[in-house]
Write a protein that binds this ligand. Sequence first.
Ligand SMILES: Cc1ncc(COP(=O)(O)O)c(C=O)c1O
Length: 357
Amino acid sequence: MKIAHNFNAGPCVLPREAVENTIEALKDYKGTGMSVIEVSHRSKEWEATMEECRSLWKEILNIPDGYKVLFLGGGASMQFLYVAMNLLEKRAGYLETGVWAKKALKEAKGFGDAFAVASSSDKNFNYIPKGYVIPSDLDYFHITTNNTIYGTEIHTDMDCPVNLVADMSSDIMSRPVDVSKYALIYGGAQKNVGPAGVTFVIIKEDILGKVSRFLPTMLDYRTHIGEDSMFNTPPVFSIYVMTETLKWVKKLGGLNAIYKMNKDKAALLYNEIDRNKMFEGTAAKEDRSLMNICFVMTPEFKDKEDAFMAFAKERGMVGIKGHRSVGGFRASCYNACPAESIQALVNCMQEFEKLNA
Ligand SMILES: Cc1ncc(COP(=O)(O)O)c(C=O)c1O
């Protein structure tokens, strides 16, 4: 069977083992004689899968007491709205590090005084702002820990004087996280934790119930907490694949092991980008993402971008075209992207250099 070197930004490569186990569950789920997409979400088998998924989240991320893990629909984009609706009473600050952060801020503006505390828009978001002061009267401060489009990442869990809210769509489960520093973490699953269709939310329960506005039932986090994410029919297929993906993370040794692998994989590609005279990275070095590695051709070889794209495609690389707002190339090296795929891309860059430089 042909397996592509899949560098898609999301949906993206998932652990082969999780995919194979899902194929089995699509045929017969836990010996029920039904497919996982045919069983009732109220069955004891399904409730056990939901519970397994929740406990894997808690165990792998070491989530402290007082937090709940929710599985919702609507994607991270819906969380832009949920967060503001449930938490914003007067003022909220956003770290404007890219398009996703801007979209989150735009939603919040509908609910109160939401503003950018700092921004890297002056350099097309190719760095993470530093040295800014977070006002202590904010209802919350919102960050995007990994900027999928620009390849920048906040590598540490910051101390924050107010509730810290993080969109971790594209780096969740890529490194250990001190969850206790966050009031709320959310993201779409479709990068490191599963297929599209399920959104994870990790929420400190005592931050809720502080806003005075009316909250529609479906848009109130407390509804989903009260019903263990089963207020309405959960996205069963996506949650199943997520459970299998988390089982794989645990089997590999958890987040310390995954983090080491991710650092090694990213170093392989960044070293080549820095060595090869035809390519250069676009993100500030200290803020380089381990997940989305963005690079372009140096000015001298700019006219060779299409040729390299075709060259890489012929050698099995998929999804390396950069986002239109950055251009060039982006290799998304999520947890399940094997080191062999990154090595194949590096080989491609070296061969191309030999032929063209
Ligand atoms: C950092 C980040 N936030 C939010 C989103 C939007 O996610 P969704 O498509 O699940 O709404 C994306 C999508 O790629 C993303 O990378």
